[in-house]
Design a protein around this ligand. Structure first.
Ligand SMILES: NC(=O)c1ccc[n+]([C@@H]2O[C@H](COP(=O)([O-])OP(=O)(O)OC[C@H]3O[C@@H](n4cnc5c(N)ncnc54)[C@H](OP(=O)(O)O)[C@@H]3O)[C@@H](O)[C@H]2O)c1
Length: 196
């Protein structure tokens, strides 16, 4: 079964915190625009992207803003029995990636993004199907109760990269400085050819 590869997009504070009380601890409209632009951008006419999120992150989106527009919304849950309005429901990441890997969805869905939260990021960062990470690092510490998996666990598997559509210079909004980093999964080293 062909599983679809994906990117992760996430913003962290200076201590790797990502959320508080099932919400974002900060309001940074320009950084949010980066999220919307990156997860919505396609190059093929008639295509859209897919966004995969954990059930709690879906719950955190105000009802009037969900599903996230112009993207196929996918929710992962082991407890939900009914598909949320406007989203597809799967009980694990592999099932969602398999659905997105079928010939028909592959034609219709250009890029796939895992968009949170902490539980799903932890699994997704370690997945061999994660090809790219868009990591916004805020230079400020917020009061958070959910954090991103420690970089020690996953960063060694990635190399620094870039995206021409993303401003990777130091930026500032509401007095908070931040920078967007792009990492690509390290190519797997080819097995040595046995001498004959
Ligand atoms: N800073 C950022 O960029 C960013 C982005 C997104 C979210 N967030 C924040 O992150 C926080 C939420 O994160 P969280 O860790 O508490 O929750 P979460 O990962 O959003 O959702 C957790 C729930 O999703 C389901 N789930 C997760 N992984 C699954 C898997 N592999 N297979 C099946 N179901 C799976 C389970 O649902 P069931 O319990 O229904 O089984 C689980 O309880 C919020 O504060 C949110 O604002 C931050």
């Amino acid at each position: 079964m062909a599983l679809r590869s994906f990117s992760i997009i996430v913003a962290v504070d200076s201590q790797m915190g990502i959320g508080k009380d099932n919400n974002l601890p900060w309001r940074l409209p320009k950084e949010m625009k980066h999220f919307t632009r990156t997860t919505s951008h396609t190059t093929r006419e008639g295509c859209q992207n897919a966004v995969i999120m954990g059930r709690k992150s879906w719950d955190a989106i105000p009802t009037k803003y969900r599903p996230l527009p112009n993207r196929l919304n996918i929710v992962l849950s082991r407890s939900l029995k009914q598909q949320p309005d406007g989203a597809l429901l799967f009980s694990n990441l592999g099932e969602a990636l398999a659905h997105l890997g079928t010939d028909t969805t592959r034609r219709e869905i250009e890029n796939v993004f895992v968009i949170g939260g902490g539980q799903l990021y932890a699994e997704a960062l370690m997945s061999e199907y994660c090809q790219r990470v868009y990591l916004t690092r805020l230079n400020k510490c917020f009061d958070c109760d959910v954090s991103l998996l420690s970089t020690d666990a996953w960063l060694p598997q990635y190399v620094v990269s870039s995206d021409p559509n993303v401003d990777q210079e130091l930026q500032e909004e509401k007095g908070i400085q931040y920078q967007i980093h792009v990492y690509d999964r390290q190519p797997v080293a080819a097995a040595p050819v046995a001498a004959s």
